[in-house]
Ligand binder design. Sequence first.
Ligand code: NIG
Ligand code: FE
Length: 412
Amino acid sequence: MIITNIGLLVGLDESRLPYLRGEQMNRINSLPNAWIRVNNDCFVDWGSMESLPENIAEEERISACGGMLMPSFCDSHTHIVYAGSREGEFLDKINGLSYEEIARRGGGILNSADRLHLTSEEELLRQSMERLNEVAAMGTGCIEIKSGYGLSTADELKMLRVIAHMAEASPVTVRATFLGAHAVGRAYVGRQDDYVDLICREMLPAVSAEGLAEFVDVFCDEGFFTPAQTEKILNVAAKYGMRPKIHANELAISGGVQVGVTHRALSVDHLERIGDAELKLLSESDTVATMLPGASFFLGMPYAPARKAIESGAIVALASDYNPGSSPSGNMRMVLSLACIKMKLSPEAALNATTINGAYAMGLSNDFGSIAPGKRANFIITRPIPSLAFLPYAYSTPLISAVYLGGKPFKN
Ligand code: NIG
Ligand code: FE
C-alpha cells in the first residue's frame, strides 16, 4: 500500500535513536508533498511526490488528500480501567475542596476502588474498552494502563486481567503496570506498613505468576507512600523483573525522583513540584521525565517545568494520565496544546514528547514512536493544514481524518 499526496510527512527518523533529550527534542524531520509505502504492518520507504514509484495498482494507493501524516501518539501513563465516574468530586472541587481534601474524606482513589469492587470483570472490560476505542480514534496507537483501583489482591488481579483482555482485543499496543501502591486499601486504613507487606508478600508474586504486568508503579508522594516504602516495593518487584515507573512529586517534593532514578526507573511521572536537584538528576540519567499537563489543567495545579527540563537535558515525555479523578480525558491533541500553551514547548518538542519519548517510556521505541523502515505503521492523517504548529494551535478543531494501526484503518 502507498499513501500518496501527503501535504507534510512528519516524524521521519533516520537516526533510530531510542529517545530524544534536551535540544534534540526541538527538531523533527519532515518532508512536504510526499508518499509513503507500507508493507504488511510496517513502514517501508518514502519520497517526494515527484519520485512516486510507477506501476502501483490503483487499489493499492490511498490519497492523503494533502493532509499531514504523523506517527500515532504513544500515551505512556493512563488509568483507563475504572468503573463509573467521579463527577460528584468534580462538583466538590468546583466548590473549593482540594484533591487531597477529597482523598482524606474517603473520596478519590478509594471511591473508585469501592466502585470497581462492585463491578463484574465483564462490565469493567466493557467500560474500559470503550475508553480504549475512544482514545484510539483520537490517534493513540500505544498505551500504558495501570492497575491501582483494586487495592486488594483479588481486585488488583481483576484489573490486570481486564488490561490483558484489552491488549488481546485491540489493535492498540497495550503495556500493563501494577500500581497496588496507589492508596492504602480500605481493609488496611491506618496500617500502611501492613499494606506494603501485603503488596510485597502476596500481590507482586501473584501478578508475576500470571505474567500480568511489565512495570511496577508506586504513588510516592505526601499523604500516600514514602520513599522508604517505595524502595521496599521496588526491591521485591525487581526480583520479578518488573521495571519501575513512579508517580512522583505531584503533591510535594517527595523524594520519588531520587528513588526512581536510583532504581533505574523507566520513568518518573507528574513532577509538578520539582527542584534543581531533581532536574539535574534527570538530565544525567536515562529515566524519562513524564509530565501530565491534563492533570494540572483539571486540578488547577502548577504545570511541571517541561521547558526547563528540556533545557537542562532531560528526556521529557508527555502523557494524558486519563483517570476518573485528576484527568478524565485521554485526548493527546489536548495534551499537545497544553504543552505548547501552558508549558511553552515548541510544537516539535511537544510532538516528540508524545510520540518517540512516550514510546521509550513504555519500552516500545524500537518498534513505535516515529516513522522509520521496519517500524510499525501506526499513523494519523489530518485534514490539510498549513504547518505542524496548526495542530496544537487549532486546539479543538476536529483535524484527524484517519487513524491507521499496524497499517490498517481504525474505525470506532
Ligand atoms: O495520576 N496521582 C495519583 N493517581 C492518579 C489519580 C488517581 C485518581 O484520582 O483516581 C493521577 O493523577
Ligand atoms: Fe497517574
